[in-house]
Design a protein around this ligand. Structure first.
Ligand code: FES
Length: 143
């Protein structure tokens, strides 16, 4: 009789039984961080996907070139909500230059990966952040 390995695999990127998504994606989808709106935001960004119709709004509060507060509203799929939550966690506290360097691949990696057919959802989150920062920089360059 062959010996059974008692080794258990503990990997945060392991897929949940009931879905295509990692445990981390499910956590951020079920309990998103930084969800909501900043009423007196210094800048608002928007990104949409013409194919699926999902849309994300991202609000920034900026102090001394640094993201002091960040919130989002996403009308979209589980991956769009999870990546929105993660991108806001990643950007909070960063300078605008540092936040502009966040890529959608980094966001997906922090979530333990996304199925290939859902990678475009992470683009939505990264583009909304980029749009909010660019809107802020454009407005402040004009002053
Ligand atoms: S299916 Fe539209 S962003 Fe995910």
């Amino acid at each position: 009789m062959a010996k059974r390995s008692k080794k258990t695999v503990k990997n945060s990127s392991s897929l949940t039984n009931s879905s295509l998504y990692t445990q981390k994606v499910m956590e951020h989808f079920m309990n998103p961080h930084n969800m909501g709106e900043i009423e007196d935001a210094d800048s608002v960004g928007e990104a949409g996907n013409a194919v699926c119709g999902d849309v994300m709004y991202l609000y920034l509060k900026i102090e001394k070139n640094r993201i002091k507060d960040i919130k989002f509203k996403t009308l979209g799929c589980a991956a769009a909500i999870a990546t929105s939550s993660m991108v806001t966690d990643m950007a909070k506290g960063k300078t605008l230059d540092e936040a502009l360097k966040i890529t959608n691949k980094q966001v997906a990696e922090k979530l333990g990966g996304l199925p290939a057919i859902k990678m475009h959802c992470s683009v939505l989150a990264q583009q909304a952040l980029k749009n909010a920062i660019e809107n802020y920089l454009k407005r402040n360059l004009k002053k």
